[in-house]
Write a protein that binds this ligand. Structure first.
Ligand SMILES: [Zn+2]
Length: 412
């Protein structure tokens, strides 16, 4: 009799351990299999030579974070050529460039941007203060679109010329620090370091303790040139920091975790796509071989466990040729089933006639969107902004998206 009750107690204890470990599997970071796995073991990259280039009377300079210029030379009386190369290959066709240019004497030169391993993609932007940018749209292509040429007035004053406005890791940290004056924002935390030892930062937005809150995670800049996506994130966050009745109600139930720059090395090295180990970080969300993705996933899982909370929505801000929402197809049943579809429709309704394509996808690749689902059964979206989407539309849509997200999450 005594023996039976002892066995029964052991049985109960065993069942308890099994059941509680099942319930907590979201608090153990798991590795995931994909039909088409991606090899994210580190690869060699080429570092650009950082130096001041002089060709005739014209100077070009890549000695700043975010710069990319691989060579600069004069090819005839009035034509100067900038060579742009990727960090390694194969690589996505997103040829980032950024450099300073000036001349000993005022002159109008013919500037050629020549790309290795890509065709032209980004309209050149020019700035005299790195804050205000003007797009140069009048240029001509060479025969296979691997180079463009345009006229440029140069003088002693240096001008920045870049594929998109330059926003490097220092700019991003300054932006984060500027947010911490808002009472909804917690102090900036360092969650780990990049390959080259740059800090990876996050901050929380909400009221009171994380405990019992549902978590919305915001990510950005796994891919360095995707500045329009980052701009959308900034406007989205601005709206989340308004102190009004909507945010007041929202933060009683939710908390936002913001990771604004997942690839600081790639951004500061002026990479087209990869981190300093030559890897596309948005393919490493299954095996965590790269320190940036290892750190962010470890943090999200550990912090969720610590406060006994769960991410319910992950939004990853990117850029591509046109605005797109990558969402889940109907076969996935997240904790907020169909939320992103409803949300995207609601944004479209308010932004009419500006319409954004919805692209439902299966679980094909080890990207962040799929990780949120596999790890937490969370809903997720890749919020893609077009390379040339006008800044006022980026801002307006991001603000509408933030309001609409809060409103719908409170009803869901
Ligand atoms: Zn991207």
């Amino acid at each position: 009799m005594l023996k039976d009750s002892l066995i029964f107690r052991w049985f109960l204890l065993l069942m308890f351990v099994i059941l509680s470990s099942c319930g907590n599997s979201k608090y153990i970071r798991r590795q995931f299999d994909y039909a088409k796995p991606v090899d994210t073991h580190s690869k060699k990259i080429d570092f650009q030579t950082k130096k001041l280039y002089k060709a005739g009377q014209v100077f070009a300079d890549n000695r700043f974070d975010g710069a990319r210029l691989n060579d600069f030379k004069q090819i005839n009386d009035s034509t100067y050529q900038v060579l742009i190369e990727p960090e390694n290959t194969p690589i996505n066709p997103s040829p980032w460039y950024a450099f300073k240019i000036w001349s000993e004497y005022s002159d109008t030169i013919n500037l050629q941007l020549k790309y290795k391993h890509a065709k032209h993609r980004y309209d050149p932007k020019i700035s005299s203060d790195r804050m205000h940018w003007k797009t140069i749209s009048g240029y001509t292509y060479n025969v296979d679109s691997t180079a463009i040429s345009f006229k440029l007035v140069v003088n002693k004053e240096a001008q920045w010329l870049a594929a998109q406005p330059i926003l490097n890791s220092t700019d991003t940290k300054k932006w984060l620090d500027s947010l911490t004056g808002n009472p909804l924002v917690s102090p900036v935390q360092m969650i780990g370091k990049s390959v080259l030892g740059k800090p990876l930062y996050m901050l929380k937005i909400g009221t009171g303790e994380s405990k019992n809150k549902k978590i919305v995670v915001l990510l950005s800049r796994q891919h360095p040139p995707e500045v329009t996506g980052f701009k959308a994130l900034q406007s989205f966050v601005k709206q989340l920091l308004k102190q009004d009745t909507l945010t007041k109600a929202f933060y009683q139930k939710y908390e936002v975790w913001l990771f604004p720059l997942l690839n600081p090395d790639g951004v500061d090295l002026g990479h087209w796509r990869h981190n300093a180990n030559g890897i596309d970080l948005n393919r490493d969300w299954a095996n965590y071989r790269q320190p940036e993705i290892d750190a962010v996933t470890k943090f999200i899982v550990a912090e969720s466990k610590k406060y006994h909370v769960k991410p319910v929505l992950g939004i990853d801000f990117h850029s591509t040729f046109k605005d797109v929402y990558y969402i889940f197809d109907d076969s996935f049943h997240s904790v907020l089933p169909g939320f992103c579809e409803v949300w995207a429709t609601s944004i479209d309704r308010i932004m009419f006639p500006f319409k954004t394509k919805k692209s439902p996808y299966g679980m094909t690749q080890p990207i962040s969107k799929n990780w949120f689902y596999k790890q937490f059964k969370a809903e997720a979206m890749t919020y893609e902004v077009g390379d040339d989407t006008p800044p006022n539309i980026i801002e307006q849509k991001a603000r509408v998206a933030a309001v609409s997200m809060m409103d719908l999450l409170l009803k869901y």
